[in-house]
Design a protein around this ligand. Structure first.
Ligand code: FAD
Ligand code: FES
Length: 346
């Protein structure tokens, strides 16, 4: 995994609790990325290393800088550190861009209609996709459907308006507000959550359903609402892509999980940690200050893969087992002990 250091050029406030970090592209080895991918930032805070992925809000060939946009999470270690402590000219260690929430699939062509569904900070990769698709003329139309509490919470409000002005024929934006301050007389501004009924009403206004390709980024409820409605409309699941910022685990899956001693073999060293029931092996290892590689913590980047040498584990929270994993491999961020005396090599 390649690492780089990037210099902060600008910190741009987007809303009261959201900031865009604008990084300068390195002079020599430029970082290349694909619209919709994410950048993994590494910080040392109070003597401990923290690693967090942030989707690019910039787009290649459109923006000359590398930009990520961070929303404050109450009590969140890294988001608060970035928003409160990071300064212009600071240097941040990052990993090479990763992620497959991109437009690289067989459904994207100049006849297709890209529909982007987002809420809150989920707008970040959608903004990158929208800018790139419109700038490159990749698709016939882009529709953004964006849910927020009220107008003050809308990230990139001005940039969405600029896209509307620049690409009048090819871009439309729907805004949904759960707590609007004033009634707005505009058919594209709707009061309420993006629920299945409202998804259906948006799709009714959006023309040929067969041409649509959907990208969803936001909380689990948004994803479920959009998928339910699109399935009712018989839109093929292959044309629906989603990005998770946080893994959702069903408590019922923890029934057979146990507290266990887990030996981790790395670089010829063998360190045993206690993994308390409910913590993933990755979380327990990081709490024990082991230097473990990871990024997404949602089971998609595969950076935390390990080989199970002894004992049994269960992976929880994955939609499906990634096909790249060998039979005896596991992802530490999603792995929970089922037996005592586990051994994993990384
Ligand atoms: C692929 C990917 C892309 C991402 N892109 C972005 C992005 O563009 N912008 C952005 O702001 N964040 C993004 N995130 C989320 C980001 O990586 C961090 O998880 C988030 O900033 C919280 O980190 P923290 O250290 O502040 O919180 P932590 O200290 O890790 O967590 C504190 C508490 O907040 C909860 N929590 C963690 N993440 C979230 C969340 N996203 N929303 C609500 N509660 C949460 C945790 O369960 C925990 O209880 C992305 C995540 C992934 C996996
Ligand atoms: S950290 Fe990404 S798969 Fe585990």
């Amino acid at each position: 995994m390649k690492h780089y250091t990037l210099k902060v050029l600008e910190l741009r406030a987007e809303t009261a609790d959201t900031v865009t970090v604008v990084f300068k592209q390195p002079g020599l080895k430029k970082i290349s990325y694909i619209a919709g991918q994410y950048l993994t930032l590494i910080f040392r805070i109070n003597g401990r290393k923290y690693i967090r992925p942030y989707s690019f809000s910039s787009a290649p060939l459109v923006d000359t800088t590398l930009e990520v946009t961070i929303k404050r999470v109450p009590g969140g270690i890294v988001s608060n550190h970035i928003i409160d402590k990071l300064k212009v000219d600071d240097v941040v260690e990052v990993m090479q861009p990763m992620g497959d929430f991109t437009l690289q699939n067989t459904f994207i062509n100049t006849n297709s209609h890209l529909v982007l569904w987002g809420a809150g900070s989920g707008i970040t990769p959608l903004m990158s996709l929208a800018k790139y698709a419109l700038h490159q003329g990749l698709v016939s139309h882009v529709t953004l459907v964006y849910g927020n509490r009220n107008t003050e919470a809308v990230i990139f409000s001005d940039k969405i308006t600029v896209l509307q002005n620049q690409h009048k024929e090819h871009f439309s934006a729907w805004h949904f507000y759960t707590q609007p301050a004033i009634a707005i007389n505009n058919p594209y501004v709707v009061q309420g959550r993006i629920d299945p009924a409202r998804v259906l009403s948006v799709m009714k206004a959006e023309g040929d359903l067969n041409a649509t390709v959907h990208y969803i980024c936001g909380p689990e409820g948004l994803k479920e609402s959009v998928k339910t409605a699109l399935n009712d409309l018989k839109i093929d699941n292959d044309k629906i892509f989603s990005e998770e910022f946080e893994i959702v685990r069903n408590p019922e899956e923890f029934g057979d999980v146990v507290t266990s001693a887990v030996a981790i073999k790395k670089n010829g060293e063998n360190i045993t940690i206690e993994v308390v029931k409910g913590k993933s092996i990755l979380e327990a290892g990081l709490d024990a200050l082991l230097d473990l590689d990871y990024s997404c913590q949602t089971g998609s980047c595969l950076v935390c893969r390990g080989t199970l040498l002894k004992g049994q584990i269960k992976m929880i929270g994955l939609q499906s087992r990634p096909p790249e994993l060998l039979e005896n491999e596991c992802l530490l961020c999603c792995s929970f002990p089922l037996t005592n005396a586990i051994e994993i090599a990384i």
